[in-house]
Write a new protein. Structure first.
Length: 566
């Protein structure tokens, strides 16, 4: 029993046990450690340093290493502390009389700073410098900062101050101007994973590779948090870290949920998507945590489409392969629209009264998105056989032409007894797929069913309900396009901004109209209205309401429901 108790008493958490003792062992802050070593090498130490950055990235650790190095009696050739001399040993044992650590969170009054200033006047009894490390310095009161100013600007030659903070913006400018500022950055996932491998080897812990990536991502750039999560996982799993057990212990959503959910999106399978969501909710995961994870998953799918951006994914190689497989089934427009819907859900999550309905509605919207490939390049031409030697422009009043080309199986060409006519592919949809040996190409289908202005208006207003961008939806709702005699559809845009927004969705807009009108032979043109000089006359209240009702027909229902009067 006594031996077991001693083992428990001697346990040290990994964040302390594997804390760096030299500049070279600091992870992920090479630019800062190199600068500090050069300052020691060239004997150009500032009188005050300010280390700022997020939690757990090495601010206090670097402050301690710097303090120990400048007082080391046997500095190594690469200007690292020897960790063997009397000064280094006393510091490691927390018994140093010339290196002081002060917690500004609990010693933030002006009296505490006055006592520190009094101590600064006394030179060190041993060692070259008296070093004061003040952690969480932003917690000092304004009076304490002011009492500290003069000493910080002109300290004795033997006094050095190292301030550390996570909130630099709370420090008054007069303090900032007296310090050499070092901004510590968040740890990258690969750096954390490499350090966790080192710790696992030292502790004789075996692991599945994906476990280290999950811990590194959960730590959110903080090495101390990563080591704490590592200890927690070891306590739960034992000497072998299994992926399933670790994500259960750390309450992390498995990648499988998001991959299965995306497969349901691609198929438009609303039922499966809702069942997966129900499983996630029953497991006990927070709703907004799920939404954030889904956004991260869609973002990873989008950036892994190109070799240049795939390096931005902070996942293991095995998971990266799964992303590369799934992205082949998704179009960029589908992923962008899904991300926009998911982001809108994230913004509205805290304010909504029915959070489950909001999540379900988000999944249903994404399932309803069109994931068809983008329209092909329209710069090529195709040879199509026609019974007439010339093609005349067809209008909405003309009868549709039926073209029945024949395919020669030996030469893979389209032929008939008619003459050949060259048509631009701007009116014909062509898929550039390779021709297999046992297959023959199919001719493009020309749809040219006549449609009237009334039919176009009906199809247009049905389409307006599914437009995501609010400004475009309002413009489409208040103004219908016009059919010209030559079959061209004209839409009048209010301004250039609206024109550019419509151009962005033009391929999907044309595709929808072609399907609903059964006609792919029309041209769609956007015309920006020119504002001429007009005589401005004041509107009465009745005229204002009438104008608003014309622009937005839904206003009539609003007025009737609330029984409003002008």
């Amino acid at each position: 029993m006594r031996n077991k108790k001693n083992k428990m008493d001697n346990f040290i958490v990994s964040a302390r046990k594997y804390r760096p003792f030299t500049f070279a062992s600091v992870v992920g802050q090479s630019s800062i450690t190199t600068t500090l070593k050069n300052a020691v090498k060239n004997n150009k130490l500032a009188q005050a340093f300010l280390f700022c950055g997020p939690r757990g990235v090495g601010k206090t650790t670097c402050a301690r290493i710097l303090a120990k190095t400048i007082n080391c009696l046997n500095i190594s050739d690469d200007f690292e502390p020897c960790n063997q001399c009397a000064s280094c040993r006393s510091f490691d044992d927390n018994a140093s009389f010339h290196i002081y650590e002060l917690d500004a969170a609990s010693n933030n009054s002006v009296d505490d700073i006055r006592n520190l200033v009094e101590q600064v006047r006394i030179p060190p009894q041993s060692g070259k410098y008296k070093v004061y490390i003040i952690d969480e310095v932003h917690m000092l009161s304004t009076q304490a900062f002011n009492a500290f100013l003069k000493t910080l600007e002109e300290p004795p030659s033997y006094a050095k101050f190292i301030l550390a903070t996570t909130e630099k913006h709370k420090i008054i400018p007069t303090i900032l101007s007296r310090c050499q500022i070092f901004d510590f950055k968040r740890m990258h996932v690969p750096d954390i994973v490499t350090h966790l491998r080192y710790v696992a080897e030292k502790e004789d812990i075996t692991y599945e590779e994906e476990v280290l990536h999950v811990i590194a991502q959960k730590a959110d750039g903080a090495m101390r948090d990563a080591l704490s999560l590592f200890d927690q996982s070891v306590n739960y799993c034992g000497t072998h870290l299994e992926y399933k057990k670790v994500i259960e212990n750390l309450n992390v959503l498995d990648y499988d949920y998001y991959f299965s959910l995306t497969d349901a999106f691609i198929k438009g399978d609303i039922t499966t998507a809702l069942l997966i969501l129900n499983t996630i909710i029953d497991t006990g995961f927070d709703g907004q945590y799920f939404i954030i994870g889904l956004g991260e998953h869609l973002r990873n799918l989008l950036i892994c489409r190109t070799k240049e951006t795939i390096q931005l994914m902070e996942v293991s190689e095995e998971v990266k392969k799964r992303y590369l497989e799934q992205v082949q089934k998704c179009t960029p427009s589908f992923l962008l629209q899904a991300l926009e819907i998911n982001n809108q859900c994230d913004l509205n999550y805290k304010t909504t009264g029915n959070k489950r309905l909001l999540k379900e509605l988000t999944l249903m919207k994404i399932c309803s998105l069109n994931n068809t490939p983008e329209p092909p390049n329209k710069e090529n031409v195709i040879i199509v056989e026609n019974t007439n030697s010339t093609i005349k422009p067809q209008t909405s009043e003309s009868k549709p032409q039926t073209i029945t080309p024949q395919i020669n199986s030996t030469t893979n060409t389209i032929s008939s007894n008619a003459t050949k006519t060259v048509l631009p592919t701007s009116n014909i949809s062509i898929k550039k797929t390779p021709i297999k040996e046992d297959e023959t190409p199919k001719p493009s289908i020309i749809l040219n069913t006549p449609f009237s202005q009334e039919k176009l208006n009906e199809v247009w207003q049905e389409m307006v309900k599914n437009v995501k961008t609010e400004s475009i939806r309002i413009a489409f709702q208040s103004r219908n396009p016009i059919v010209k005699d030559d079959g061209k559809i004209i839409f009048e845009a209010e301004n250039k901004i609206l024109e550019s927004q419509i151009i962005d969705i033009l391929p999907s807009l044309k595709s929808h109209l072609s399907k609903r009108l059964n006609n792919n032979q029309f041209d769609f043109e956007i015309v920006v209205l020119q504002r001429g000089e007009t005589v401005l006359t004041p509107y009465t209240d009745e005229e204002k309401v009438q104008d608003m009702q014309k622009r937005n027909p839904e206003l009539n229902n609003f007025i009737e429901n609330l029984e409003l009067q002008v």
